[in-house]
Design a protein around this ligand. Structure first.
Ligand code: MGD
Ligand code: MGD
Ligand code: MO
Length: 757
């Protein structure tokens, strides 16, 4: 058997999540990016009623009125944007695009904030300054010259405010297409597509109050210690209240095991920690649907044996399809459930027993659930389990998808949607007097495919780093180089900006932290968090450069240059964002008195049918949607015995790599590692620290290899291997996605592993 040896940069992390390590990391983030005098004031304005919304994640804040909630990764997101470093025209004059392409993702963004509009000049292979008006004219001319508006793609990344997103979709629809690829297509699209069929709405149903009243929390496939750190405060409080927290995750994630609350003077002083998970089940990658079916099967048996495990009144009054679900569960065998989930019958029965005891259960979930070949059905199994005990529309209960970007949910609410419903189209026509296109447009995968195949010629990206975030980087990078024009509205330089076809323009924009001054004075924007709370966000810092424009102003500038005959008062809306909000209120239900209500600290909550036990499904009831079989991903085979999942480190924000450490997982100064269980290493005759090759083996027959990675031993479910996103994206082909939602299956790639040649 291979002996464990010292591997550079790999050192087990013994402490709890949070604690002093988090404080130290925050101090470091501030020191590297900002001036020490400014940072404390800035961090104190995060998530305060008069301050700005944290760009770090979409977890809510109690009425946005809490005292400063310490958050290490929020501080990183804020200081990364409020950095003193600048990417100026002089910077671009000193580096060709070919040279910049050799830089790492970390180095590109670490150069700082973009200061001027820039356009690519092929003769010098450099970006050179361009005036705003000239940039808009070029964009408008190119868009108008396309023979068909459906040959342009309009991407949105989820930091964009409601106001910017609304103007942008209005511009794009008046231009004539529904091609709205957006980051949600890579993220919670399985939620957006799957939940409306189950419960009539594609959003979470719980509030922070529910977390204070729940009796059980089940956490599936998310890593809040890193990605939603403020949720750790909520979980910590629940654990101390004695609420059981059951975790399903193939990897042991430290903060879900033990957490020291940096807000708690007692825990900090005593170096104490609170156990978070009461039970931690290391489900197989892709084994969640099977595990959930096992829990439901056990629950059904409990009910049949003793009664009381199911809420029969709720089921009769509010749901359809129970008998079909029960029948499917009865005929599904335990042997198959154990094999597909990697968990024992006894374990799943004990989850069912805990669930049957709880009068109010919340199930939270993240990318470990959605980014699978059938992520939509994974999400629906969660809803099924909750429906069995009536866990909707009562205090302390509900479903909690952890949204990614801080306003990804809001962007979808205000019209970033490639498949708009009739209500939206009618409302736009009624309010703005033009008939928007009704033909469905492209999501992220379809957009990239259309560009790759040469059907789409222009890409406008409102934020993000599309080519790097997507699956199939080989195809995506090649696609970018086929474009006639790419336009990037961005705060920082990234690789997507450097993949140039015929022409490319970078338009630098204000970030959340900055003062947004328009004709009517300083403007606030609004965002919607994971719990459907809409509130205002007002930046105060002086902008990184006097040449920056706000995202709404850029959307309006493109609209004016593209649509000379438009009757919409684009510039009037930009002069005073209240006018944009008037438009949102006129088009979308739920935004009544928008301008008054966002001026109340904490904002307001959008209506959510299931919280009132109102079901906006076709039948008017909630629907049980059984999964036929147990596998949602391609089967494990002898040729591809492992399933690869791609995950975020503690020092990154999506494609933004803040640093090379992943403290809680014990990885320091490197990202070229693959986490494997001891048993799987032994089985392959490999030792901790050996160089390996990973190869994806998909039913389509397409093979992809990623050489030069180092296998490290980790407490991870057998058969599961994990590597970092985006380094491992090359193993995920562009055409490997959930057929219902289009979400790339980033978390379930069948792979083969061998010692490096
Ligand atoms: N600091 C920071 N904050 C962020 C982000 C960031 O990159 N950095 N990104 C933002 C965005 S856009 C998003 S979408 C969210 C993402 O937040 P998460 O959903 O937490 O994202 P991931 O890192 O992808 O983590 C997925 C978790 O699922 C587990 N997992 C992997 N495969 C499976 C599986 O098959 N089953 C189960 N049960 N678990 C599995 C992994 O071990 C990991 O713990 O965070 C947001 N917040
Ligand atoms: N393998 C794998 N791939 C994944 C995932 C995974 O788990 N595994 N996760 C997927 C998920 S959940 C998501 S959401 C996507 C993320 O995909 P994206 O949202 O496209 O990517 P980001 O890395 O968040 O975008 C970073 C860039 O946004 C720009 N930016 C930052 N702030 C602002 C701002 O305020 N305004 C504007 N205009 N620009 C700004 C900066 O220029 C920065 O370089 O990646 C997906 N890709
Ligand atoms: Mo996301």
């Amino acid at each position: 058997m291979a002996e464990k040896r010292a591997v550079p940069g790999i050192k087990p992390y013994k402490n709890a999540g949070g604690g002093w390590g988090a404080l130290r990391a925050t101090a470091l983030a501030v020191r590297e990016q900002m001036e020490l005098t400014e940072a404390p004031g800035l961090l104190l304005r995060t998530n305060k009623p008069e301050g700005f919304d944290c760009p770090g994640c979409a977890w809510p804040d109690k009425a946005h009125t809490s005292t400063f909630q310490f958050c290490e990764n929020g501080a990183k997101a804020v200081t990364w944007e409020a950095t003193k470093k600048r990417v100026t025209p002089e910077f671009f004059a000193a580096h060709t695009v070919s040279e910049l392409l050799t830089w790492s993702d970390h180095k590109l963004e670490d150069e700082g904030r973009l200061t001027h509009p820039m356009a690519y000049e092929s003769a010098s292979d450099k970006y050179v300054p361009i005036e705003w008006d000239e940039a808009f004219t070029r964009i408008g001319t190119a868009l108008r010259a396309l023979p068909d508006p459906n040959m342009a793609e309009f991407y949105t990344s989820g930091r964009t405010s409601n106001e910017a997103a609304f103007l942008y979709q209005l511009f794009v629809r008046e231009y004539g297409t529904n091609n709205f690829p957006d980051c949600s297509n890579m993220c919670h699209e399985a939620t957006s597509q799957g939940l409306p069929k189950s419960i009539g709405i594609g959003k979470g149903t719980v509030s922070l109050d529910d977390f204070e009243q729940c009796e059980l929390i089940i956490s599936i496939g998310h890593n809040p210690g890193t990605n939603h750190p403020r949720m750790m405060g909520t979980l910590h409080d629940a654990a101390r209240r004695g609420v059981p927290i059951i975790v399903f995750n193939p990897l042991r994630e430290r903060a879900l095991e033990r957490f020291t609350d940096p807000q708690s003077p007692v825990e900090m002083a005593s170096l104490g920690a609170t156990d978070i998970a009461s039970s931690y089940y290391q489900v197989k990658v892709g084994g969640d649907a099977a595990a959930l079916k096992g829990v439901m099967k056990a629950l059904l048996a409990l009910d049949e044996a003793h009664g009381g495990a199911l809420d029969h009144d709720f089921i009769a009054k509010h749901t359809n399809g129970f008998e079909a679900l029960a029948q499917d569960l009865r005929t599904t065998g335990w042997v198959e459930i154990e094999a597909a989930s990697g968990l024992t019958r006894a374990a799943l029965e004990s989850v069912a027993a805990a669930y049957a005891k709880s009068n109010a259960t919340i199930i939270s979930y993240g990318m470990g659930v959605t980014q699978h070949a059938n992520g939509t059905q994974n999400v629906q199994q969660i809803a099924n389990l909750l429906l069995l005990r009536g866990n909707f529309g009562k205090p302390g209960a509900g479903i909690c998808p952890l949204r990614g970007h801080s306003n990804v949910q809001g962007d979808r609410t205000v019209g970033i949607n490639e498949r708009p419903g009739k209500d939206l189209l009618d409302a736009i026509e009624r309010v703005y007097g033009f008939a928007p296109p009704s033909e469905h447009g492209h999501d992220a995968v379809a957009a990239m495919q259309a560009i790759y195949e040469g059907h789409s010629k222009i890409l406008i990206a409102l934020g993000g780093n599309l080519a790097v975030a997507m699956s199939g980087p080989d195809q995506c990078f090649a696609a970018m180089r086929k474009l006639d024009l790419a336009v990037h509205i961005a705060t920082k330089l990234n690789r997507s900006h450097l993949l140039i076809g015929k022409a490319s323009i970078i338009l630098p924009c204000l970030g959340r932290t900055e003062l947004d001054m328009q004709e009517a004075g300083p403007q606030s924007v609004t965002v919607e968090d994971s719990m459907s709370m809409v509130h205002a966000s007002s930046g105060k810092l002086p902008p990184a450069s006097e040449h920056l424009r706000s995202e709404p102003a850029i959307a309006a500038g493109m609209a004016k240059a593209t649509l000379p005959n438009s009757k919409i008062d684009w510039m009037g809306m930009v002069a005073n964002y209240d006018r944009i909000r008037d438009g949102i209120e006129a088009v979308f239900p739920g935004f009544e008195n928008y301008n008054e209500r966002i001026r109340i600290p904490g904002g307001f909550r959008l209506p959510l049918g299931p919280t009132e036990r109102v079901w906006h499904t076709q039948s008017g009831k909630a629907e049980f949607l059984p999964l036929a079989g147990l596998e949602v991903d391609p089967p494990i085979t002898a040729e591809a015995p492992f399933r690869l999942t791609t995950i975020r480190s503690h020092d990154q924000y999506n494609t933004t790599i803040y640093g090379l450490n992943d403290r809680y997982r014990g990885v320091f100064g490197r990202r070229d590692v693959v986490f494997m269980s001891r048993g799987d290493l032994d089985g392959l005759g490999l030792a901790h620290g050996d160089l390996i090759d990973i190869e994806s083996v998909l039913p389509s027959g397409e093979q992809r290899r990623l050489p030069g990675f180092t296998a490290i031993e980790y407490n991870i479910a057998p058969g599961a291997v994990a590597a970092y996103y985006p380094e491992a994206n090359g193993l995920v082909p562009l055409d490997y996605y959930d057929a219902t939602s289009g979400t790339p299956a980033y978390k379930s790639v069948p792979v083969k592993i061998s010692r490096a040649a």
